[in-house]
Ligand binder design. Structure first.
Ligand SMILES: [Fe+2]
Length: 467
């Protein structure tokens, strides 16, 4: 990243994205933060995102969009919630107050403040609506686009996630800053709506322009995952590692995808090596939620495959335990639960479930709490039942809502762990109907994702269990 080329007040204004500050320094730092967010890369020569956030506040303490981007980034990181973190709650309040007393603020900036406040309350649909409103007037507002992308991702709104980018693409010109990254974002929406060939083409176009675009690499990794093209995936990750490793905020997740190919092939040792050398170390260092859920999920998947990972669960518990009562996302909760169950930390498991049940009683505007009763809690309970060997109960909890797993957000690849869980539970259930259901699910799985070695192993297992 080139600090000289970051946009000053005039440059932003000439793009129709005026920023209400007279400080060129603040404008450039806003651009630096935005660029690092889009590229998933803390640029240490700039002081990383954190350094830039400190600097932008010093350059102009009243710069509203500086507050919007810094508080917004913390919120979309989902590592803390305004319910439990007074510092974050007060940052949201301060941004709103600052905006209220600045008459000269543009309506675009005011809407950014509104969306951030809605997001902080868990009103994700409404926040996304506001970001989309900004984009309909200002299709080149990358911050609105990225926040909406993340918002739709957390909502499991796959079509919206795709079309949000499709709508703005014609308004961008190749010479605009960060243009190439739109291709990776669009690719991700395409693959999550199962346009795999189009997604791969789009991501490769992005990579031709910017080989270091970790999100485009990630999109290709997903395509290979969803098509069970394991060898292609392994080759692609190895040959591009030197490019995407610079995206420090995404590298862990890309290693996670790499490990999934090994699990698919049954090479558990290779998957464990990636866990030990990359995923775990990165998760402990960053404490980022994406890295953390990857660590949880990798262990759970290996355990489903019959690999013992008990000691590793206890190590990851150190990272997840402080978040037991955060409840920012049901998706995160379910992953923390994998680890508390795996570590036999029943008090933590209990605390997670009870505090979630409590919040689900009075969800107010919070979308996660609104869907907790019908999706999140049954899924949590199913994990618990499975852990206790109550396979029949696990199936009874998951089967009626399996079409709704998508509502907890995340990608198809990430949520596949719950499909695998249901298959295992149904295979192990003593109920003959459940055993037939397991075979049906495996047939479905084989049809949409042919030549999967993992599916083949499960089919063999089902045969040997039920003969
Ligand atoms: Fe992914």
């Amino acid at each position: 990243m080139n600090a000289v080329s970051f946009r000053d007040c005039k440059a932003w204004e000439s793009e129709g994205l005026m920023l209400s500050t007279s400080s060129n320094e603040a404008c450039k730092l806003y651009d630096a933060i935005l660029s690092q967010y889009v590229t998933w890369r803390n640029d240490e020569t700039l002081g990383g995102i954190e350094g830039c956030i400190t600097a932008v506040k010093a350059a102009d303490p009243d710069f509203v969009m500086g507050h919007v981007i810094s508080t917004g980034l913390e919120l979309v990181g989902t590592g803390s919630s305004v319910l439990r973190d007074e510092r974050l709650a007060s940052a949201v309040r301060k941004t709103v107050e600052l905006a209220n007393c600045q008459e000269e603020l543009t309506s675009r900036e005011r809407n950014h403040v509104k969306a951030m406040e809605l997001f902080s309350k868990g009103a994700l649909h409404k926040a996304c609506e506001v970001w989309e409103g900004i984009l309909s007037d200002h299709p080149t507002d990358m911050l609105a686009l990225k926040f909406a992308h993340d918002g739709f991702f957390y909502l499991g709104e796959q079509i919206q996630m795709r079309d949000s980018v499709a709508r703005v693409l014609p308004h961008w010109k190749p010479q605009m800053p960060l243009y190439s990254y739109l291709k990776g974002m669009y690719s991700f929406g395409l693959l999550e709506t199962h346009f795999y060939d189009e997604a791969e083409k789009m991501a490769k176009e992005g990579l031709a322009l910017t080989p270091q675009d970790g999100w485009s690499v990630h999109a290709v990794a997903h395509v290979h995952e969803m098509k069970a093209e394991v060898d292609k995936g392994l080759k692609f990750m190895a040959s591009t590692e030197k490019d995407w490793i610079v995206s420090d905020m995404l590298a862990c997740h890309n290693y996670w995808h790499w490990a999934l190919y090994h699990i698919e092939k049954g090479n558990y040792e290779a998957a464990l090596d990636i866990f030990d050398e990359q995923v775990y170390l990165r998760c402990v260092k960053s404490r980022a939620m994406l890295d953390t859920v990857d660590a949880c999920s990798l262990l759970y998947r290996l355990e489903l495959e019959g690999v013992s990972v008990k000691d590793r669960y206890r190590e990851v518990l150190q990272v997840t335990q402080p978040h037991t009562e955060d409840h920012t996302l049901l998706f995160n909760d379910l992953h923390f639960l994998m680890v508390s169950l795996g570590s036999k930390e029943s008090a933590t498991t209990q605390r997670l479930l009870e505090s979630l049940q409590e919040l689900a009683k009075d969800p107010a505007e919070n979308h996660q709490f609104q869907i907790a009763e019908r999706v999140g809690l049954p899924m949590c309970q199913a994990l618990l039942e499975y852990d206790q060997g109550n396979y029949k109960q696990a199936v009874e909890l998951l089967k009626p809502i399996r079409g709704r797993f998508v509502e907890i957000g995340g990608s198809d690849a990430q949520r596949d762990v719950f499909n695998q869980l249901l298959i295992h539970a149904a295979m192990k259930s003593g109920d003959k109907e459940h055993q037939r259901f397991a075979r049906c699910m495996l047939t479905e799985r084989d049809a949409v994702r042919p030549h999967s070695l993992l599916t083949d192993r499960l089919i063999q297992r089902a045969h040997s269990l039920h003969v």
